[in-house]
Design a protein around this ligand. Structure first.
Ligand SMILES: NC(=O)C1=CN([C@@H]2O[C@H](COP(=O)(O)OP(=O)(O)OC[C@H]3O[C@@H](n4cnc5c(N)ncnc54)[C@H](O)[C@@H]3O)[C@@H](O)[C@H]2O)C=CC1
Ligand SMILES: O=C(O)C1=NCCCC1
Length: 310
């Protein structure tokens, strides 16, 4: 079987937000109803380099989609002008295990993570989508701003980043037209009054405090540092209903919080599948731990679109 190699530009041409958001709802639903087969990701630390290699396989019974993402995260890559997260996705034949395609995975990671955050917002956030806050100005910040604007068309987007010039550049790149894009001097200024907040940094200490977040806000917590998710303060964790993509993964990657008595409410897929109704809490947090099934279903969608167009 010939193996197709899809470059970044091939992948980009085959991605559409609406299709991908629907696919991520399906992926999260399949995790919750346990029809997806997904071992918890294998984490291989790279000592002395501040790096980590993640191996992420999954199979969807519903879609007969089989694959694996290999992704690294090296926090010092920025000094070398390289992305900090670098991935490759392999799509396999669900009937034979043969390799069908190898795809550039940075774009898949950026898009599918943002599409999953949108899916969580659809199911967890009611009310107006007036102000969007983005903390960070890297790859995930950009894809989150794009996906959120596509889905909800917020009237204002506020961005804070540790290095302000990058937030200014991101505002320009987003090219939001009539929508106000405001670069903020502090995370506090960016978060105050926001309806939806996306934390997309590599911070290893909290950058978002409870007092800054209004009642009714929804947070998409995306950043995953070496010491795992640390962007959100402990009091904010305690105030919020924490909804995860996978409880199995949370038991490992959220273990530090669970030990402190902070327990996830459950999986967003149960809301998507209609098995549970929205938690009753002042604030909701979608904890995006990063799912292989999201990569595999994205890759299958991209491959179908690629084959149709070639
Ligand atoms: N949940 C998921 O599925 C995924 C999570 N991630 C995580 O999302 C985060 C962002 O990833 P990318 O956008 O690809 O990285 P990036 O390197 O493009 O952007 C990182 C951003 O974090 C900021 N930052 C770094 N250290 C900081 C600190 N100590 N305090 C405040 N800001 C800090 C940088 O200024 C930059 O804006 C990373 O933690 C990464 O591991 C990435 C991919 C998928
Ligand atoms: O799910 C992923 O892909 C990642 N998760 C956390 C770190 C970088 C990549």
């Amino acid at each position: 079987m010939p193996v197709d190699h899809l470059t970044e530009s091939d992948v980009l041409k085959c991605l559409k937000w609406d299709q991908l958001i629907a696919k991520m709802e399906s992926a999260l639903g399949q995790l919750a109803d346990r029809t997806a087969v997904q071992p918890v990701k294998l984490v291989t630390p790279v000592p002395g380099k501040d790096g980590v290699l993640l191996t992420m396989p999954a199979y969807s019974r519903t879609n007969n989609a089989l694959g694996c993402k290999i992704v690294t995260s090296f926090s010092k890559n920025k000094e070398k002008n390289l992305p900090s997260v670098i991935g490759t996705v392999m799509l396999l034949d669900g009937d034979t295990g043969q390799v069908k395609a190898i795809m550039e995975g940075n774009t898949i990671t950026a898009w599918r993570t943002a599409a999953a955050s949108v899916a969580s917002t659809i199911h967890l956030h009611e009310g107006k989508k007036g102000t969007l806050c983005i903390l960070g100005a890297g790859v995930q910040a950009k894809s989150h701003a794009q996906a959120m604007q596509h889905a909800f068309n917020f009237s204002k987007v506020k961005i804070w980043n540790r290095t302000q010039s990058k937030a200014v550049k991101l505002c320009q790149e987003l090219n939001l037209g009539n929508v106000m894009c405001v670069v903020c001097d502090s995370a506090r200024e960016a978060a105050q009054d926001a309806d939806v907040i996306c934390t997309t940094t590599g911070a290893d200490k909290p950058i978002l405090e409870s007092e800054w977040v209004k009642n009714g806000a929804h947070i998409c917590a995306v950043g995953a540092n070496r010491s795992h998710h640390s962007e959100i303060s402990v009091p904010l964790h305690r105030r919020a209903a924490i909804v995860v993509d996978s409880m199995d993964t949370a038991k490992e990657e959220f273990a530090d919080f669970i030990q402190q008595g902070i327990r996830p409410w459950g999986e967003v897929g149960d809301l998507i599948n209609g098995r549970k109704s929205k938690p009753n809490a002042e604030v909701t947090i979608f904890y995006s731990l990063g799912m292989a099934i999201e990569d595999v279903l994205s890759a299958q969608l991209i491959y179908e679109n690629y084959k149709k167009s070639s």
